[in-house]
Design a protein around this ligand. Structure first.
Ligand SMILES: [Zn+2]
Ligand SMILES: [Zn+2]
Length: 381
């Protein structure tokens, strides 16, 4: 009877090559005899290797899928290692190395490219409420890396070229040998002579010293749409940092910061302001002239308006960024009580209170209402 190679690796019959490889690596790390001294682990490790040998080979896997066993004597595994137990402990030496060293050993990474994409940049832009509300074309100054025009990003002086790195032979990495429990392991590290590029610049461009880009200060105009809010970012495609070797520039983000306004506070697209009206105006009703962001409005304050009342001026707030229309302007009314009444005014107010049947206790110059009460209580009055 054929062995259940899929079961040994714990993968489905539909498993991809990648899934089989991952399952194998995981189990190999777990059951390698040098890691796991349990004799059962040794047997298990042999099975795992056998299963991987079979399932990582399309032809052998096909035999399994047809119900055969490519490792069994006469099982059709022509050319495979014969005998029970199949392959020796190291079926795919590279795969075991990969299992333990994450593919670093001898992995074909190659030299890294000199030209790489640039980073995004961010810039803070302070605007007044009027500017965020109605939009503005704001001049900005940007400090970023830009393409070196002397060498057009190549990094080499005129008429010269890159040279293959002699230290690594152009591979961008150098191999070193470590002794480990598995014997000698070859691992690769980036070449320090060429920083992993595989090439060197014998004659760097005098302008950019080989970087392919230079830092400059540029002036741009950014179009701020009406209705932007504090903290929003406007993206200017490819106005960020040019990459090393003249690589594609990243994006520039302009972050909006709205300065606090003297009169209006903003909540979304609505604006709020406070207006003080005298007590008499609140009682009798009045007409106010309100300066909005972009107009002047006349509003009626009804007779008998209470402190804390709010007037709403529709569509006098900030224009909506998306869609049409505007927020509202809320006018919060503070009712001011008169202070420092002269004798005539006081008399009129007292008479007024009397006609309304409102009891108003009189305060003395010396003490006030409560000290008079206390005096009365103590028999001084
Ligand atoms: Zn090198
Ligand atoms: Zn240059």
């Amino acid at each position: 009877m054929a062995r259940d190679y899929y079961g040994i690796l714990g993968v489905s019959r539909e498993a991809s090559d990648d899934e089989i490889k991952r399952a194998y690596r995981k189990l190999a790390r777990q059951f390698h005899p040098d890691v796991n001294p349990d004799p059962e682990a040794q047997e298990k490790f042999k099975d795992i290797n056998a299963a991987y040998e079979v399932l990582s080979d399309d032809r052998k896997r096909q035999i399994v899928d047809l119900g055969g066993d490519p490792l069994a004597p006469g099982g059709g595994g022509a050319g495979g290692p014969g005998g029970p137990g199949g392959a020796g402990p190291f079926v795919g030496f590279q795969d075991i190395m990969d299992a333990f060293f994450g593919g670093a050993a001898g992995g074909a990474r190659g030299p890294r490219p000199r030209t790489r994409p640039g980073a995004d940049a961010i810039l803070r832009l302070e605007l007044d409420l009027h500017e965020t509300a109605f939009g503005v074309e704001a001049p900005i100054t940007v400090d970023t890396a830009v393409l070196c025009t002397t060498c057009a990003g190549a990094g080499t002086a005129a008429g010269t070229h890159l040279a293959t790195c002699e230290a690594c032979g152009g591979r961008g990495e150098v191999q070193s040998v470590q002794r480990t429990f598995l014997g000698q392991v070859v691992s690769a590290r980036p070449c320090t002579v060429c920083q992993g590029y595989g090439t060197t610049i014998p004659h760097p461009c005098p302008t950019c010293a080989g970087d392919g880009r230079v830092r400059t200060r540029r002036s741009l105009t950014v179009k701020i749409p009406a209705g932007v809010e504090d903290g929003m970012r406007i993206r200017l495609a490819q106005q960020g940092e040019v990459g090393p070797g003249g690589g594609t520039a990243g994006d520039l983000y302009v972050e909006i910061h709205e300065r606090p306004h003297d009169v209006y506070s903003r909540k979304g697209d609505d604006l709020h302001c406070r207006v003080t009206v005298p007590m008499t105006a609140a009682a009798l009703g009045t007409r106010l002239s309100i300066k909005t962001l972009d107009s002047e409005e006349t509003v009626d304050v009804k007779a008998g308006t209470q402190p804390g009342s709010t007037l709403r001026l529709r569509a006098r707030g900030v224009p909506h960024l998306r869609g049409t229309g505007r927020g509202d302007l809320y006018v919060h009314l503070d009712v001011r009580t008169p202070t420092k009444l002269d004798a005539d005014q006081e008399k009129m107010l007292r008479d007024f209170a009397k006609t309304r049947g409102e009891e108003v206790a009189e305060l003395t110059k010396q003490g006030g209402f409560f000290s008079r009460m206390r005096d009365a209580f103590n028999g001084h009055a």
